[in-house]
Design a protein around this ligand. Sequence first.
Ligand code: ZN
Length: 386
Amino acid sequence: MTSPFIVDAHLDLSMNAMEWNRDLTQSVDSIRERESGMNDKPDRGNGTVAFPDMRRGKVGLCVATQIARYVDRNHFLPGWHSQEQAWAQTQGQLAWYKAMEARGEMRSIKNKSELEAHLSLWGVSVDPAAATGSTAGAKPGSTAGANPVATGEDRLPIGYVLSLEGADSIYDLSCLETAFAYGLRALGPAHYGPGVYAFGTDSIGPMGQKGRALLNEMERLGIILDATHLCDESFWEALEHFHGPVWASHHNVRALVPHNRQLSHEMIRALIHRGAVIGTAFDAWMLIPGWQRGISTPQSTGVSMHQHIADHIDAICQLAGNSLHSGIGSDLDGAFGTEQSPGDLDTIVDLQKLPDILSGRGYNQGDIDNILYKNWIRFLQKNLPE
Ligand SMILES: [Zn+2]
């Protein structure tokens, strides 16, 4: 089986650069070595993502985040004490992305023509109209759509669509227009806990007045709504009040692992109805029930891509009745490393094990291509500005 191009719809690259102090131009091995002996964070020395490894794994396009939380005195999580400080943090993250562009390591994808130019650089072509997906689990065998990547990908820039995870840093709605101008194309209104504009994971509440005003402005500008991390109440309110494109960048299935961070079948159906793609996330606690942070290990639990990533992908495809709504949103190095990832993943290069894994589940080449890159690309071809 040829190695396909891969789109990963959720990587906190600048957070790793600016808060974990990781130089992502170096290899994963070299970053791990540099962190040996450090113990300020549980995932030190266990990172899985860096540019050379992304290139080796043909992860040539990603959705890359800015992230900064605002917390009032009662918030149960760490964060900035004012929204303006959170904004400044995201601007530092942006400065790093721009420096990576200047070095030729990354390339910002802000519109349809930049997307097509980037895909042709990697030797990838996706027909925006040809959205066909056999019923998931159909017999393997078809090789339609095989898309070998151009040679020399070890030097190609990695494309990124800029997304904001949690909107707290938008201290005034006019910031959103500023952000759109520098390339922001997707936004998740909340992260963990109550946010300024919406209630996120492990909290309960509506979008409310401020949240709806944010959604209106996103719709006016053409920013994609990322439904990931919205609590149920905010999720349903957001879907009702927002009429633009919606995706769930890194989000797993509640029926397999019960938790408010996960999508119920009703939510998955609503997202499919809106034409969303749902990215399967690789954080172990979202893959198997009963994960205990800092106690469970990939070895003690047997959490794997082979079994559990495939289960979450398959659940989405079975609900959709096709392979057109499932993608990868790994969240690798999203404050966890190999200590809390599938045991059969050492670095992001191992995403290339997915074609064989899915083939083993009865997915044909067309389905596999949809899941690994075509669904995200078609979504962007349709919804990025001209
Ligand atoms: Zn997240």
